[in-house]
Design a protein around this ligand. Sequence first.
Ligand code: FAD
Length: 466
Amino acid sequence: MIRDIHIQVLVLGSGPAGYSAAFRSADLGLSTILVEKYNQLGGVCLNVGCIPSKFLLHIAKVIKESQEISKQGVVFSDPKIDFNLIKKNKDKIINTLSNGLKSLSKMRKVDIINGIGTFIDSKTVLVKNNKENIHIHFQDVIIATGSKPITLPNIPNDSNYIWNSTQALSLNTIPKKLLIIGSGIIGLEMATFYSAIGSKVDVIDRCDQVLPFLDQDIIKIFLKEIKNNFNILLGTNIDNIFVKDNQVFVTLSNKINKEKKIYDAILIAVGRIPNIKELSLDKIGVIVDKNNFIIVDDQFKTNIPNIYAIGDVIGQPMLAHKGIHQGHIVSEVISGYKHYFDPIAIPSVAYTDPEIAWVGIHENEAIKRNINYEVATFPWNASGRAIVSNCSNGITKLIINKDNRKVIGGILVGRQAGELLSEITLAIEMGCDIEDISLTIHPHPTLCESIGLTAQILQGTVTDLM
Ligand code: FAD
């Protein structure tokens, strides 16, 4: 028997995009149901993405800082890793936050239904779980089903040894030797964690540069800092790979060499694809692009009037805060507000050690786009706070449009760079002149002073320190 439910707004997927849309829809007075395939709310970000990875990176940072401080006169003994306790604590954090989402749903009277949603027609979704089948009839639906890791062809399917990011975060073993395929943000973050807890990590990428879209002066500092922690082999491909006797045998090749190597585990981190298979979008004719991302306009409308999509399932940048923002806008659009998604800048952070954080237009992009720009960098070895905190290797870089003196971009490398980025994001979003930042009094001694000082270099009130 099929149960029927009628509702104003149906949200498919409880990741950051989905729960934000569901909460805002309910706050705007719309009756709302949130459907989630898994028992836990929160999607990739909370369960197998942002939150567990940042917990592990926090551990990595503390280990590294405890090693560094020995040079300053405080010597700790070598860390003893209790992997089971780390895992328990990780799961506890996830459960606390996921239960928090449940409470927030309850407070707002957002009904949560467990199960996989599949379209029957443009007004009905079938939700199946192991107890029942439900037909949810809605006025509007928001698809927020997210994304999953790309798998590579010709790589054995053996989750004990060949991991994706979810398996890397499930903490089953500390591999003595770990190969990470892909030097994107996820690959680099996992390399940071596993090398800190004792794995010997190689990262390979077929590209010739790490994060090739970023400015090279920033990447150079990053590479110099991490070179004692893990190896990065660029312009490198995998020719052959097989699992035997609890080990993974790999042949790596670049333009010059071929090399056979043995690892205890391999992590594939080469990107993500949208979760659309179970939705049966073809049944209702929702248009997707060549990579299967759902095509939407700047109000998140698909080609079908009452069907909207947000978050990872509509494509890059695949970031939780982008999805959250979109979740709010789409609900406001459904409620009748004339709102659009038109951010001037979406910030990004690689939570490596040192962190890399960027927003707006980078220098190499400004060159490509023929923008009349001016740039200034402030080296953290001129920052008292960076020196006392043992992170003087960082830099802060700001870019302005020379024609109108507006801030158009910023990029930082250094410890806590991600925490410093919001000031630059706000400046870009508000259309600040560089003078606005240079006249803003920054507390001393802080790392964020470096932003004020970079602005003063651009204003000519401080001499260039580089
Ligand atoms: P998701 O979080 O993927 O949620 C989609 C939900 O939909 C899932 O719960 C899924 O089970 C459910 N679903 C799918 N299909 C159906 C169906 N048919 N019926 C019902 N439910 C369905 N981003 C950041 O901004 N900062 C970070 O630090 C960061 N770190 C990351 C680290 C890792 C290791 C990974 C993998 C990702 C990271 N991200 C980070 C990216 C971030 O996790 C995603 O951008 C974000 O989770 C996308 O949110 P979403 O709501 O669009 O989708």
